[in-house]
Design a protein around this ligand. Structure first.
Ligand code: 8Y4
Length: 288
């Protein structure tokens, strides 16, 4: 598969090799001034540091989709993410991904410089399909069983891989009906979103089967419970497990790896790419 995503404003993203998508949560608990206000400068500086470390995509989100998290209003979400996207766009030509399910946030974000929509609700919220289509940007369609608040209570599938596969086909069809080109769709099985520990590892082992659909794959498992619960590790002790998961996903063909620990993931992927592609006379990893 020869995949080049078409970004807005005439730019492109070449998915012939894996890319690191860095998580940037712009919520009061992540970038606070000590009170309930977000310090936009520190969020932008964090993004610039993540780019420096090797991220090509910054995934900016203003809603927490962790199990049990509260809903956020459109106004609050806009107030969190739009100033950061605007300021980051002025300072960097990185690929900016907007992590949202809300049509109004997608539209405003792309208007001020975002390049890519990452929607854990797979464009199923009101107006999301129409809006994403009109914005002409690549979209990541993620599988989730249930809703964030309750999805981990009793995940159950008749056939895990074919249920997710069926969901992808249904959403690709809905996207195409609204005018979104299949080449602009990235698929994501949604680790931790309505899945048991065993489900998550079965998906990781078989993630390559989704490539037969004809879209590129995104994997996000950094610091998640599938690492923590397997290893009995708190969130700040999940680095080694997350790196193992990132490498497995990349080796099975995932082209975008969504992570918190960019510098370490970059080294892991570079060692793998050196092994896979070889080095030139100058000691640089071969391209193509
Ligand atoms: C520790 C750290 C515990 C992080 C839980 C988490 C994905 C995603 C999220 C994903 C795509 C998260 C926005 C959940 N996960 N988008 N978003 N794929 N495309 N939890 O897997 O990171 S948020």
């Amino acid at each position: 598969m020869m995949s080049i995503l078409k970004l807005p404003r005439g730019r492109e993203l070449d998915l012939s090799h894996p890319h690191i998508m860095a998580v940037l949560n712009v919520t009061p608990d992540s970038f606070s001034d000590g009170g309930n206000h977000i310090t936009y400068d520190s969020a932008v500086n964090k993004a610039l540091e993540l780019i420096e470390q090797g991220a090509t995509i910054i995934d900016i989100g203003g809603e927490s989709t962790r199990p049990g998290a509260a809903n956020v209003s459109v106004v609050d979400e806009l107030n969190r993410v739009i100033p950061v996207i605007k300021a980051l766009r002025k300072k960097s030509d990185c690929v900016i991904s907007i992590d949202t399910s809300k049509a109004q946030v997608m539209a405003k974000a792309v208007d001020v410089g975002a390049d890519f929509i990452n929607d854990v609700r797979a464009l199923q919220e009101p107006d999301a399909l129409q809006t994403a289509a009109s914005l002409n940007v690549p979209v990541c369609i993620m599988h989730m069983q249930g809703q964030p608040r309750t999805m981990q209570s009793a995940p159950s599938y008749s056939d895990l891989m074919s249920d997710i596969n069926d969901f992808f086909f249904q959403r690709i069809k809905a996207c195409e009906t609204h005018g979104i080109d299949k080449k602009q769709i990235i698929l994501d099985p949604g680790f931790g979103f309505g899945k048991t520990l065993a489900h998550n590892y079965e998906i990781l082992n078989k993630i390559d089967v989704f490539k037969t659909i004809g879209c590129e794959i995104l994997a996000g498992l950094s610091r998640k419970s599938m690492i923590g619960n397997l290893l009995n590790r708190d969130t700040n002790e999940r680095l080694a497990g997350s790196l193992a998961g990132a490498l497995i996903a990349a080796q099975k063909g995932a082209k975008i790896i969504r992570v918190h620990d960019v510098a370490q993931t970059f080294d892991v992927l570079k060692v793998w790419q050196a092994c896979e592609k070889g080095l030139d006379k100058k000691g640089k990893v071969n391209v193509g």
